[in-house]
Write a protein that binds this ligand. Structure first.
Ligand code: F6P
Length: 322
């Protein structure tokens, strides 16, 4: 069998580990792998070539994706998908491994339904916002990057007795923000799934901190929070309470860097498992981790389910900051 592999959407540390595992597991089973460059965009353009085992040397420890990636609006057009299917046919590719997030999996689900190409999904996004898996590739690395950055900010925050608002990524999910806040001992976190009126809760939480004798605070703000982005929240706090605060937007720093051991291990396990399943004739699934175990679920689950919100972990931040 000839298997195509692509990375799609935002790059995430650990994608290279997954590509390498796809190639090496396929090699072990006597299958051939082709790399499709720049995600679905490359598939539309026929930008694909063989990935022999040696082409994956020394990529395990690198961030980003050796296959490059893209967000491809054109793939939403059924006519363009038909063109993409012909490109795969010309190249003799019968199955696909798609490493990406929910948008990439939705596209895979439609593509398999329309064109019968066997698709396997590997969750790759720093946002950790997919249903049916407690982990996505890149989340652990991005979390550690954010925590390391905030530890540094903490030094200057406490030296000056200042309030810092630190914005982290995550799109419409608060997973990255809440986990970052717990791991760096933040005084508060603003995140989209929060059950409270976040702004009012933030103001009363900061007042309570001050009364307890805290002179500096870190507030982690999820970029998708409903109150607004960190810059807007900062402006509002300055206007309402004349606070001496600073805003830091961590941005794409969180997407880069060498993957953590966990992201390398899960990238490797999922890459190999995707090929084993395709080899057994399975298709239309994506992989995940639940309670430490590797799981597979139908790609259609992406259309039907919602990601698990951070829930009680958000409330824990305020308790631990007392
Ligand atoms: O989905 C990953 C992610 O990094 C989100 O956290 C963020 O909102 C988005 O991608 C940024 O996308 P881009 O790199 O296209 O600006």
């Amino acid at each position: 069998m000839r298997i195509g592999v692509l990375t799609s959407g935002g790059d995430a540390p650990g994608m290279n580990a997954a590509i390498r595992a796809v190639v090496r597991q396929a090699d072990a089973l006597g299958h051939e792998v082709w790399g499709i460059h720049r995600g679905y965009q490359g598939m539309l353009e026929g930008d694909m070539d063989p990935l022999p085992s040696r082409s994956c040397a020394n990529i395990l420890q690198r961030g980003g994706t050796m296959l490059h990636t893209a967000r491809c609006a054109a793939f939403r057009d059924p006519l363009r998908r038909t063109e993409a299917a012909s490109k795969l046919k010309e190249a003799g590719i019968e199955a696909l491994v798609i490493i990406g997030g929910d948008g990439s999996f939705r596209a895979a689900e439609t593509f398999q339904r329309e064109h019968g190409v066997a698709c396997a999904g590997i969750p790759g996004t720093i946002d950790n916002d997919l249903p049916g898996t407690e982990r996505t590739l890149g989340f652990d690395t991005a979390l550690n990057t954010a925590v390391e950055a905030i530890d540094r900010i903490r030094d200057t925050a406490s030296s000056h007795g200042r309030l810092f608002l630190v914005e982290v990524m995550g799109r419409s999910s608060g997973m990255l923000a809440v986990h970052t806040a717990i791991a760096c001992g933040a005084e508060a976190v603003l995140y989209p799934e929060s059950p409270e009126d976040s702004y009012e809760a933030l103001v009363s939480g900061l007042n309570a901190s001050w009364m307890r004798g805290k002179r500096s605070s870190i507030v982690v703000v999820a970029e998708g929070d409903t109150v607004g982005r960190a810059m807007a929240v900062g402006e509002r706090l300055k206007r309402d309470h004349a606070l001496d605060l600073r805003v830091v937007v961590l941005g794409h720093v969180q997407r880069g860097g060498s993957p953590s051991a966990l992201d390398r291990i899960w990238g490797s396990r999922w890459g190999a498992d995707a090929v084993l399943r395709l080899d057994r004739g399975e298709s239309g699934f994506y992989l995940g981790e639940v309670a430490g175990a590797l799981v597979a679920q139908p790609l259609s689950q992406i259309l039907e389910s919602q990601p698990v919100p951070p829930g009680d972990l958000g409330r824990l931040v305020a308790i631990l900051a007392r």
